[in-house]
Design a protein around this ligand. Structure first.
Ligand SMILES: Nc1nc2c(ncn2[C@@H]2O[C@H](COP(=O)(O)OP(=O)(O)OP(=O)(O)O)[C@@H](O)[C@H]2O)c(=O)[nH]1
Ligand SMILES: [Mg+2]
Length: 264
């Protein structure tokens, strides 16, 4: 297993540079409606006062039934490839993807898990410590949507309550259109709200929404990491007087989620 500290590497590619807060897929099932980074996060980034955030790997775990397209989604994003042939994932695999967000280096460690029942016990050993859980289903197979509840429950069992961002992702968007797509998306949005998840439809074959989706994942995880780092340093250094302290006023809409997620 690799260390959670990353050495400094070459500059990230242009399409991994995030300057503006990426938008949701649908406002009906999104984790945050706001369109800008949290004020304290922007200020910390401008001052390069983001602590160890730039050195850490944030863990993202992708779960869901076999054949729904988990590996294809990760490979489309990380390698920009699509393979029509199915090769079942055995156990787990991971990719590390480097970003630059608001001028700060940031890395995601994206874990691809096996959907096949016989590999589930191997895969579930890697759920722990996830900052983001992505539950994937196949838009053309409604049963796989129903199964996402169970996948999420299993992944959450290994993590602290309220500590993870949850995404529900419908895959193979290229295979569905019109009323059928709308109907499935409606059901998925409903379930996403139950799960307190953000919903996205993607196609790994065409690449539709794949970069936008992972940019959103990275930005939300980054923002949370910076806020947690500020909060941690604030609580250990209560006398710091340069304006970096996090206010303890009642929760605003903007800072609500990160403080609930402070145990991540
Ligand atoms: N048309 C289309 N096919 C897709 C898409 N994504 C995946 N597939 C196909 O669906 C099949 C399964 O994809 P995988 O990514 O291997 O599925 P998986 O969820 O990783 O499966 P396990 O590793 O067994 O859990 C493959 O044949 C892919 O080519 C997509 O967006 N569109
Ligand atoms: Mg796979």
């Amino acid at each position: 297993m690799r260390s959670s500290l990353m050495p400094l590497g070459p500059p990230v590619s242009r399409d991994r540079i995030i300057t503006n807060f990426p938008k949701w897929y649908t406002p009906d099932a999104c984790l945050q409606l706001k369109e800008h980074f949290h004020g304290q996060v922007s200020a910390a980034c401008q001052r390069r006062n983001t602590g160890t955030v730039g050195l850490k790997l944030s863990k993202v775990v992708v779960v869901g039934d076999l054949y729904v397209g988990k590996t294809s989604l990760i490979h489309r994003f990380c390698k920009n490839v699509f393979d029509r042939d199915y090769k079942a994932t055995i156990g787990v695999d991971f990719e590390i993807e480097r970003f630059e967000i608001a001028g700060i280096p940031y890395s995601l460690q994206i874990w691809d898990t096996a959907g096949q029942e016989k590999f589930k016990c191997i895969a579930s050993a890697y759920y722990r410590g996830a900052q983001v859980i992505i539950t994937a289903f196949d838009l053309t197979d409604v049963q796989t949507l129903e199964h996402t509840r169970q996948w999420l429950e299993d992944a959450l069992r290994e993590n602290e309550a309220g500590s993870c961002f949850i995404f529900l992702v419908g895959t193979k968007k290229d295979l569905l259109s019109g009323a059928a797509c709308e109907q499935t998306e409606l059901e998925a949005v409903h379930l996403a709200n139950e799960m307190q998840a953000e919903y996205w439809s993607v196609s790994s074959k065409t690449g539709e929404n794949v970069k936008a989706f992972f940019s959103r994942v990275a930005a939300l995880a980054f923002e949370q990491s910076v806020l947690q780092d500020l909060e941690k340093r604030n609580s250990t250094r209560p006398q710091v007087g340069d304006g970096d302290l996090i206010r303890t006023s009642p929760e605003t809409q903007e800072n609500k989620r990160p403080s609930r997620l402070s145990c991540c």
